[in-house]
Design a protein around this ligand. Structure first.
Ligand code: SF4
Length: 360
C-alpha cells in the first residue's frame, strides 16, 4: 500500500528566534511556519519539519547499473531506479531539471512504500534499487527506509548524489546504502557558488568520508562543461586530490555536457576534451577513468591497471568481452580489479524500461 506523502523529518532544531532550522544540508534553511526549504520538499508545519515526498516518486525505471554510472558494481545487472522532486543545489546546467526544479506535486506520479519498491525490484529481477534522478539527501528518510527494505530482501541499494550534506545525515545515508556515485562537479569553490549555489568543501568531506570510513562502493562523476571546469590545471588538481585522498582505485567518470536548463550558451563537450581529461587523470595515477555520454568504447571499457589487458569491454551500457576471474581478478595477470564483482556479468544490456509500481 502507498503511504501518505508527508512524514516527520529528521535533522532540524529550533533557533533562538523561533525558526526551525533544517540540518540536512549546509544550506541550513531557517523556516517560518508554512515555509518550504530551498529544496521545496522539506517544510515547516507548525512546530515540526516534515518531508513532503515520503512514499511519492517521479516514476520508476529499470536501468542498467552502468547508467548510474557504476562500472565496478555488479556489472551488467539491472537496478530499479527512482527519484522524487526538488533538489538542494541549483545547478544551472541541471540535466534533470524537470524533476529537480519541480514545484508541482503532480510530478510525483507514482506512490509506493519502501516495502513495495523492494518487492517490485525482486519481482522484476533487479539486483537492487537506485535513488537517482534527483538527490536522495533531500528525501533521506524515504531513501533510508527503502534501503532497509532492500537489505531485508537481500537486495542492494545505490545512492546517486551530489554529496552536499551535513555530517549526521551523511552518516545515516551511507550506513544503509551499498554503492554510491557522487558528483564532483568541479574542483573550484567559485564554480560551486556561482553555477550550483553551493560550496565545494562539504562535497570533498562527503567523498573522503565515504571512501575512508564506510564500506560503500564509491565511484565519482565530473560533468565537463567547456570553459567552466575543463582546464588542464583544474583537472590536474582534481585528479591529484582524488588519488591522494580517496585512493587510486576509485573510478572517475568524465561525462559530456549538453546545453540544458539555464546554461544554453555553452557548446556540447567535444569528445577530445573527455579524452584529454582521461589522459590527465591516468597520468596522475587514477586506475579507472571513464568517458560518458559519447561513443568511446576504449574510454568506457575497464583495463587492468597492472598489465593493461582488457577486463570488461563496454560500448555505451552494453557489455562485450569479460576477462575478470570469478574472484574479481585480471584473467591475464591475476591483479585484483577494485569493485564488487560476481563470477559472471549480468545480462541486462543497455535497455531502459519504465515501470509502474504503485498507484496515484
Ligand atoms: S535539505 Fe532542503 S530544507 Fe534542508 S537545508 Fe537543505 S535545502 Fe534547506
Amino acid at each position: 500500500m502507498a503511504q501518505s506523502s508527508s512524514t516527520p523529518a529528521r535533522y532540524w532544531h529550533r533557533t533562538e528566534g523561533g525558526r526551525l532550522q533544517c540540518d540536512v544540508c549546509p544550506r541550513a534553511c531557517r523556516l517560518r511556519d508554512g515555509q518550504r526549504g530551498f529544496c521545496f520538499v522539506r517544510a515547516r508545519e507548525g512546530d515540526a519539519v516534515v518531508l513532503d515526498t515520503y512514499g511519492r516518486s517521479s516514476g520508476f525505471c529499470i536501468d542498467p547499473i552502468e547508467k548510474k554510472p557504476l562500472n565496478h558494481f555488479l556489472p551488467g545487472t539491472s537496478v530499479l531506479s527512482f527519484g522524487t522532486a526538488g533538489c538542494n543545489l541549483g545547478c544551472r546546467f541541471c540535466q534533470n531539471w524537470d524533476i529537480s526544479k519541480s514545484r508541482e506535486v503532480d510530478t510525483l506520479a507514482d506512490a509506493a512504500s519502501p516495502e513495495a519498491i523492494a518487492e517490485a525490484a525482486l519481482r522484476l529481477g533487479c539486483r537492487g534499487v537506485a535513488f537517482t534522478y534527483n538527490d536522495p539527501v533531500i528525501f533521506l528518510e524515504y531513501a533510508v527506509d527503502t534501503a532497509l527494505a532492500c537489505r531485508e530482501r537481500g537486495l542492494r541499494s545505490v545512492a546517486v548524489t551530489a554529496g552536499y550534506v551535513c555530517s549526521e545525515p551523511r552518516a545515516e545515508l551511507f550506513a544503509h546504502v551499498d554503492a554510491a556515485n557522487i558528483d564532483l562537479k568541479s574542483f573550484s569553490d567559485d564554480f560551486y557558488r556561482a553555477i550550483c549555489g553551493g560550496g565545494l568543501s562539504p562535497v570533498l568531506e562527503t567523498l573522503e568520508y565515504v571512501a575512508r570510513e564506510t564500506a560503500v562502493w564509491l565511484e565519482v562523476t565530473t560533468l565537463l562543461i567547456p570553459g567552466l571546469n575543463d582546464s588542464d590545471s583544474e583537472l590536474d588538481a582534481l585528479t591529484r586530490w582524488m588519488v591522494e585522498r580517496l585512493g587510486p582505485g576509485v573510478p572517475l567518470h568524465f561525462t559530456a555536457f549538453h546545453p540544458d536548463w539555464r546554461l544554453r550558451d555553452r557548446p556540447q563537450t567535444p569528445p577530445r576534451t573527455l579524452s584529454r581529461a582521461r589522459t590527465i587523470a591516468q597520468a596522475n595515477g587514477l586506475r579507472y577513468v571513464y568517458t560518458g555520454n559519447v561513443h568511446d568504447p576504449v574510454g568506457q571499457s575497464t583495463w587492468c591497471h597492472a598489465c593493461g589487458a582488457l577486463l570488461i569491454e563496454r560500448d555505451g551500457y552494453e557489455l562485450g568481452a569479460w576477462r575478470v576471474t570469478a574472484d574479481g581478478r585480471c584473467a591475464a595477470c591475476g591483479t585484483t580489479c577494485a569493485g564488487v564483482f560476481e563470477p559472471s556479468p549480468g545480462r541486462w544490456g543497455a535497455r531502459r524500461r519504465p515501470v509502474r509500481i504503485g498507484g496515484r
